[in-house]
Write a protein that binds this ligand. Structure first.
Ligand code: PFF
Length: 454
């Protein structure tokens, strides 16, 4: 089986695919709105610490587990340890992928729907946020609109994964990622040249510590995992298509830098626009869908930018969604001997169905609340704030304490001999972060969040 496993065509292809997984709705849609809700700069600061001290070490660990075992998350733990508990940890990862994809696709579907709205010229008509907000509400109140685009997004995701690692995922990422980057830069330039943009920059860079609560620290950590696609084996699965000649720490650093850069740029593009048009930065999940239409209305060439922006938001979501589906597909291909095509068709469809109640959370099921939250919110919280940190905790524990850092380091050295010779300190810090800091921090934040410590 291992000899026949698919591999990336090049290291660059892997970086783009992994950055594609990392960069998604999390960066362009979620990061700006959670930063907005949690006071801006102070939250960004905590988020950056989480990324550097916990995200990067866990990312390296995940890619390493995948490359070493050449397996999906369940197979990876099984191969290195074999105890049912660890197999279950891999299983939780596959489950998390399934859950995230189900609600992720709903929002990605809005983005496709907005491309259509943009083409229709809708974004020429919004002098203020209220009218754009009403339009958004009207769209998401329409169950068919939401489910239809959710379904369409799923079909696109399935097509890419259907064509395999090199022919689908890698090829798609090589086209989609550079385009995304260019468009975002254009939007940033537009944003910072708007009158009043400086207030947005102040919001993003000048911390208001009073807004930080234990809840915001939890959200920052959860988001660090979400944005780097960690804690559920997506990066493990992508790492399993890598060969031993590739330098994992360097690749991981590049992925983290790209991901963080894009999130910050998205923050700049959006908050400059939000403040320049005197809107509320803390409106939550609707931020991008309520705010940007106003910006497009006001900006010369807004018609074209609107089409491009939502096209590219969709592409960013697509390169992430394919990595989520790939985790589930790799599991069925490796462990159950299914063909890729069958796994894509069957699990694509089942995950689509799980997404339907999330899609209905904005309309027919809006009043059905669980702990005061809609089904969509519950899925998001369960995945981002519970399953991913728990997954990240056990991945750190596994590599540092169960599989063992000595063995991990032997594997990590492959393709990275230079780094070990010239920057031994970096490797030492990685070991320390993974062994102590990340499990302890994840645990404290997690227990805090579920109220076990105060
Ligand atoms: N990292 C993606 C984003 O920021 O949008 C979301 C994601 C993709 C999470 C893949 C987890 C995952 F496995």
């Amino acid at each position: 089986m291992a000899e026949k496993r698919e591999h990336w065509g090049s290291k660059f292809g892997f970086i783009l695919a992994a950055a594609g997984s990392a960069i998604g709705l999390g960066n362009i849609w979620k990061f700006p709105y959670i930063a907005g809700e949690n006071g801006g700069a102070a939250f960004v600061f905590i988020y950056l610490i989480c990324i550097a001290m916990i995200g990067l070490p866990v990312l390296i660990a995940e890619i390493l587990l995948g490359r070493t075992t050449q397996r999906n998350p369940v197979g990876a733990f099984n191969k290195l340890n074999g105890r049912p508990f660890w197999t279950m940890v891999g299983g939780i990862g596959v489950l998390a992928g399934f859950i995230i994809l189900s609600f992720y696709s709903v929002v990605a579907g809005w983005s496709i729907g907005y491309i259509v709205e943009a083409v229709k010229g809708t974004f020429y008509n919004y002098p203020d946020a209220a009218s754009a907000g009403e339009h958004f509400d009207a769209l998401v109140h329409n169950a068919w609109w939401v489910i239809g685009y959710h379904g369409l997004f799923f079909i696109l995701t399935m097509i890419v994964v259907y064509f395999g690692v090199k022919g689908g995922i890698e090829r798609g990422s090589k086209i989609m990622m550079p385009v995304l980057f260019v468009i975002l830069i254009i939007l940033v330039i537009r944003g910072v040249t708007l009158e009043g943009a400086d207030k947005g920059l102040t919001f993003l860079w000048n911390p208001d510590w009073s807004k930080i609560t234990s809840q915001s620290v939890l959200i920052a950590l959860g988001h660090a995992f979400f944005t780097l696609s960690l804690g559920m084996g997506a990066m493990m699965t992508y790492g399993s298509y890598l060969s031993e000649k590739d330098n994992i720490p360097a690749a991981a650093l590049e992925i983290v830098i790209l991901d963080t850069l894009i999130a910050l740029l998205a923050g700049v593009a959006i908050f400059t626009a939000v403040f320049a048009t005197a809107q509320d930065p803390a409106v939550g999940p609707g931020l991008i869908f309520r705010t940007l239409p106003v910006v497009f209305t006001k900006m010369p060439g807004g018609f074209l930018f609107a089409i491009l922006f939502f096209l590219l938001l969709t592409l960013a979501a697509l390169t992430s969604a394919i990595s989520l589906l790939e985790v589930v597909v790799a599991f069925f291909v490796d462990e159950m001997n299914w063909t890729r095509h069958r796994a894509v068709l069957v699990f694509g469809f089942i995950t689509f169905l799980l997404g339907v109640p999330s899609a209905l959370s904005f309309n027919l099921l809006a009043d059905y609340k669980l702990f005061d939250h809609t089904f969509f919110d519950v899925m998001d919280f369960l995945a981002s704030n519970i399953l991913l940190p728990v997954g990240g905790f056990f991945i750190s524990i596994f590599v540092a304490w169960v599989w063992g850092l000595d063995r991990a380091v032997v594997e990590l050295k492959k393709g990275a001999v230079n780094l070990f010779e010239k920057h031994a300190g970096i490797i030492r810090s990685w070991k320390w972060f993974l062994k102590y800091l990340s499990p302890v921090m994840i645990l404290i934040v997690f227990l805090y969040s579920i109220g076990l410590i105060k």
